[in-house]
Design a binder for this molecule. Structure first.
Ligand SMILES: *Cc1c(COP(=O)(O)O)cnc(C)c1O
Length: 223
């Protein structure tokens, strides 16, 4: 782990931009060390891994779920998750709502958009999302609250392409805000920017950057 790099990143972020420390594949000890250094918001992308970490780590950690979420896994995170960044279907949102009801809470969520020039990234198109937001089924969901949008740029060295994709997500945010969420002051988050591209994301209006490897070092996917 690179505490100096962490401090440098924190210092570079303007007021109003929060840092989600992405701790996926990293042991609880690493999270604990960063917690002791003052970090409270951590991001994970596997439900059971988040559950296991939540059980052994301090209770005032804000857990953000950032990866693709299968409906049958929502139950592992619903009791405590602070923000789900990766809502990409009405079915998923319905299941989050159902689990939120069971836990007698309202779960904050972001709508994930497909902004990258890649097949593999999940997320809505604006048309798909508008169809969902207009549907009566969506209107009935009282235990989820939409706080904004999330997206991942293409993995490329082409900085202008990355900038264009982030700008597109910001436009989507503005359009949804004026069309559907004008009366919802919680609709204010734009989750974009990772280790390689967060400075551009911040310039394009990010409010939540999700940074893993720049802080924790490379991940070992073999474990
Ligand atoms: C892993 C991951 C990140 C962090 O990636 P780094 O390049 O390690 O900073 C951010 N967002 C999502 C959705 C991720 O899955």
């Amino acid at each position: 782990m690179n505490i100096e790099k962490y401090d440098e990143i924190r210092a570079s972020l303007p007021a109003g931009v929060r840092l989600v420390a992405v701790s996926k594949f990293k042991p609880a000890e690493d999270i604990s060390a960063l917690y002791q250094h003052g970090q409270r918001v951590f991001g994970e992308n596997h439900a059971q891994e988040m559950k296991a970490k939540h059980e052994v780590l301090p209770q005032d950690i804000e857990w953000h779920f950032i990866g693709h979420l299968q409906t049958n896994k929502v139950k592992y995170i619903a009791p405590y998750v602070s923000l789900i960044h990766s809502i990409d279907s009405l079915d998923l949102l319905k299941e989050v709502n159902k689990q939120a009801v069971k836990n007698n809470r309202v779960i904050p969520c972001l709508l994930q958009f497909h902004i990258a020039d890649e097949e593999t990234k999940f997320g809505f198109s604006l048309e798909e999302c508008s169809a969902m937001l207009n549907s009566p089924d969506f209107q009935e969901l009282k235990n989820v609250k939409i706080h904004g949008v999330m997206g991942m740029a293409t993995f490329t060295d082409n900085q202008e392409q990355v900038r264009g994709e982030f700008r597109h997500l910001h436009q989507i945010f503005e359009e949804l805000k004026s069309t559907y969420f004008a009366q919802n002051p919680d609709f204010k988050e734009i989750s974009m920017g990772m280790s390689e591209d967060f400075p551009i994301a911040v310039e394009e209006g990010s409010t939540l950057v999700r940074i893993g490897s720049a802080i924790f070092g490379p991940r070992d996917y073999s474990i």
